[in-house]
Design a protein around this ligand. Structure first.
Ligand SMILES: [Fe+2]
Ligand SMILES: [Fe+2]
Length: 177
């Protein structure tokens, strides 16, 4: 069957590497707030659990980026800063905002992984399998967030849109540079 386009493949790995790293940075920002000014042990434990899975995701893409000699995005330092700020900021706003942040980002990432799966050919079976698995993890993060009290009603709907749009922009940029 169809073979994966080489340029597309590079873009996929570059952006996923950046995204998984971004996810960890967001959680780090949230954990920083949850351990200090917004102490909440329950929420902290949940976030830590999800962060562990993001680490597994990132490790995989770190290896792929090295193995295939793909350039990571130039914007890693910017995404690091923005990720931590987004995490810290949402955690300061409270539990619902903290969880909505996860829900909004994962909404976009779930879709993003689904689109990537369509672009990968049969010559990239392992990568496909991993992305399939990670997609399931991200969808479950989104579900956990809503179960634990995320909401996108009322004013939160604005926040949801801002985070989703921001994430989509970050994805488009990180594929290219
Ligand atoms: Fe992830
Ligand atoms: Fe996730």
């Amino acid at each position: 069957m169809k073979k994966t386009n080489q340029k597309t493949l590079e873009e996929i790995i570059r952006v996923d590497h950046a995204g998984e790293r971004g996810a960890i940075k967001i959680y780090e920002g949230q954990l920083l707030a949850l351990k200090t000014i917004k102490q909440d042990n329950n929420l902290k434990d949940k976030i830590e659990e999800m962060k562990e899975q993001e680490k597994e995701h990132l490790e995989y893409f770190e290896k792929e980026i090295q193995k295939r000699k793909i350039k990571p995005t130039y914007l890693l330092p910017l995404w690091d800063l923005m990720g931590v700020s987004l995490g810290f900021g949402t955690a300061l706003l409270g539990k619902r905002a903290t969880l909505l942040c996860t829900a909004s980002v994962e909404e976009v990432i779930g879709e993003h992984y689904k689109n990537q799966l369509k672009k990968l050919g049969n010559d990239e079976k392992d990568l496909k399998k991993k992305i399939e698995k990670f997609k399931e993890d991200e969808v479950s993060h989104k579900n956990i967030a809503y179960e634990f009290g995320a909401t996108n009603k009322g004013l939160y709907s604005i926040m949801d849109k801002i985070i989703q749009t921001g994430s989509r922009i970050a994805i488009t940029i990180s594929e290219k540079i």
